[in-house]
Design a protein around this ligand. Structure first.
Ligand code: 0X9
Ligand code: ZN
Length: 303
């Protein structure tokens, strides 16, 4: 198996970030977006392949939930694919000609590290609470979108929303970065697992998003392509129709003005769940790549 068909420790991912930016100095730049509760750096890679004017941008984050290992694996896969297939694959070439892409491979490094060393099934970050027995905030409940109206105010819960919106350094760093770049970023994607779903806002309310029909068409086309190319079934639709959940990054980014905002839940549908075997990484990432390319091309058409 190649490097990209294996899961990697946090240290390996930091090395990879370094190598990738050093080996591709004209195309890839590492940006320090913030740091985690335990003071680990949050690095995003900025992929900037062309210097056409009026460039748009897309943001992809991975690893907000620690145990969803396929998610960071996808961010690495996406960067590698972009570097390898620019000028060879028509779709990625078109996307990278018109858009810069920010890729944050591990949004929750403290949690990710913890899943490698202590508890494979950890989800939250590693910030302590008032209760010494209960650690961690669910970072995807910590954003300011109907914050905690339906998540848990209790630190011992797996979906603890935190003390206040953006209380956590990881979510605040991402929110600050998106606020600073909201004029160029038209598209937001957060990568999770598992359950094979292509979701868009809202998740925090049953109300429909203003551009619901556009968003629906985009993920529908993505799901159809995944079915055709890889024979996998992905559900799609507004998040609230499957899990009504407040405080998510996708809804928050949408309300900030990033009108093409998505959460993709990758393989599988429960056979292995979070413990997706490495032999399935390629298949899972190719499906997600199909989804990202499909929605990005549609955004370019519309904007
Ligand atoms: O509940 C979540 O945060 C995501 N599912 S997961 O099983 N990976 O935890 C879904 C997120 C969908 N978007 C929002 N809830 N805003
Ligand atoms: Zn998740």
């Amino acid at each position: 198996a190649t490097f990209y068909e294996r899961y990697h420790s946090l240290e390996d991912i930091y090395d990879w970030l370094n190598r990738t930016s050093h080996d591709n100095p004209t195309k890839v730049k590492a940006i320090l977006v913030g740091s985690s509760y335990e003071k680990r750096p949050l690095y995003a890679l900025k992929l900037s392949f062309s210097d056409r004017p009026n460039r748009k941008a897309m943001w992809i984050d991975c690893g907000i939930h620690a145990r969803e290992w396929i998610s960071p694996a996808f961010c690495l896969w996406f960067v590698h694919y972009s570097l390898s297939f620019y000028n060879y694959n028509k779709e990625i070439t078109e996307i990278l000609n018109d858009m810069d892409v920010y890729v944050l491979p591990v949004l929750n490094p403290d949690g990710y590290k913890y899943t490698w060393t202590k508890n494979r099934m950890w989800r939250k970050n590693r910030a302590p609470s008032q209760n010494p027995k209960c650690i961690g905030v669910d970072l995807n409940r910590n954003f300011d979108a109907n914050w905690c109206q339906g998540a848990s105010p209790f630190p011992c819960s797996e979906i603890y929303c935190g003390a206040f919106p953006e209380s956590e350094p990881e979510s605040r760093a991402v929110a600050d970065f998106l606020r600073q770049h909201k004029d160029s970023i038209q598209m937001y994607i957060s990568i999770h697992s598992y359950s094979q779903m292509l979701l868009f806002p809202y998740s925090c309310t049953l109300e429909e998003a203003g551009n619901h029909n556009d968003l629906f068409e985009m993920v529908q086309e993505a799901a159809q392509k995944i079915k055709r190319f890889y024979r996998s079934t992905y559900k799609y639709g507004a998040g609230a129709k499957t899990i009504l959940a407040p405080g998510g990054s996708d809804d928050w980014a949408y309300n900030l003005g990033i009108k093409y905002s998505f959460t993709f839940e990758l393989q599988d549908r429960g056979e292995y769940g979070f413990l997706l075997p490495p032999s399935r990484i390629a298949h899972a990432c190719n499906e997600a790549l199909t989804a990202v390319k499909t929605v990005a091309l549609k955004v370019l058409e519309k904007t």
